[in-house]
Design a protein around this ligand. Sequence first.
Ligand SMILES: [Fe+2]
Length: 503
Amino acid sequence: MGEDGEFARQMLAGVNPVNIELLRELPISSKLDPDVYGPPESALTKEVIERDLLEMSLEEAFEEKRLFILDHHDQILPFVNKMNSLPGIKTYASRTVFYLSNAGVLRPLAIELSLPPTSSSSAGSKRVFTHGQDATTQWMWKLAKAHVWPNDASIHQIVNHLLRTHVCTEPYIIAMHRQLSVMHPIYKLLYPHMRYTLAVNAFARKNLISGGGIIEASYSPGKYAMGLSSAAYKTMWRFDMDALPADLLQRGMAVQDPCMPSGVKLVIEDYPYASDGLLIWQAIKELAEAYVEHFYCEPNSVKSDLELQAWWDEILNIGHADKRNEPWWPKLHTNEDLSSILTTMIWTTSGQHAAINFGQYPFGGCPLNRPTFMRRLIPQEGEPDYEKFKLNPEEFFLSSLPTRYQASKVMATQESVSSHSPDEEYLGKPNSSGNHWTNDEDIQNLYSKFADQLEAIEKMINLRNKDIQLQNRCGAGVPPYELLHPTSGPGVTGRGIPKSVSA
Ligand SMILES: [Fe+2]
């Protein structure tokens, strides 16, 4: 697949497949305050993008939805000067534009690496890198790609993993224990999806995301990691966008299609995370809908369920108090409202967390594939480092990566968080705890049907991984996409969907 192909493939089938989006228009513009962060226009202009588009015109590429972008600029740039003042950290804010070729393969076209204004440079800098034409520019391209990863690794770990799956779900769990009786049907439905999460989060607060802890030591935001997480919560987190179809639509990676079971059609058909994810999403949705219909058969029964209303009220007004006035919170009035809220919660704690969590060691264990930070900026002509780079680019490249000790620390952490415990409970399998036990035959049948669906999905995923047409998950040297394969054995397997955020 080649180095560029593998770089792009991981946007669709790697450990962070949730940030790539359709490039809708040019010029690309920042939403940050220009008085603080300089001119909003990106240096990835029409001319830059057009230059390497060999198969079609720019207009055709837009019309056929062939251009995509990984845009970490606005989330990272406000932290870049702080990060670059930390010892041993050198970073940029990145944007990467991709092109989906006629052969159906995604390729990086151009990378923009930006530095914000400083006291010595009032405009900041925006450098553009494209495929190299000679030895020097090819090495520059390699360095530019390496600098995209720390942005992506930080957003993955601190925003998509920690914030959106571990932390934002805590209020659902606390409110469930406070407001719902253990005999309440929604308690029984949710309980297996909330297992171990509070304990895992407490452990993380003490040992991983604590001041001076492993996350600060291993990712480029360093001691600003929690600041980055808080900023993301403030500016981008929305409960309704944690629903997989809504997230795909928002990123332009899918379009509305009432003929599809999930209501959406993927723009890139071979998008392993999304195509497997929609199967899991749909199975959860059908279970939640049937479950809700069974228990809420009277008109207004959702609205008049005082425990349930108190649970939702606490999530909005206490757990997520900072967001309590946001207009996007779903109402909890109807059966449809309830099943939709439950589907999003169960998907987030099971499939979404699995897709984001258990590939950490397979993809991030090797710093050459996905460094979590870099130690040197890319030198420019005239700078002392430029001569060192030209003399021995390989040595320069390696000395930009984390040291062996730093890399080993990251590797050990990734290994431990990617591991399934021997008592893991997988989606579609029986629960070991008796708390949600029921002798209601209709409900037992619903769970049996759900288990059958998950088994069928597992078979479908195995078939997809053998389909040579699906180049992002099958082919020489291409790893199968198994992060949404429902079952797994214990240990680091790169597969398996636990019911809850338990690692
Ligand atoms: Fe996790």
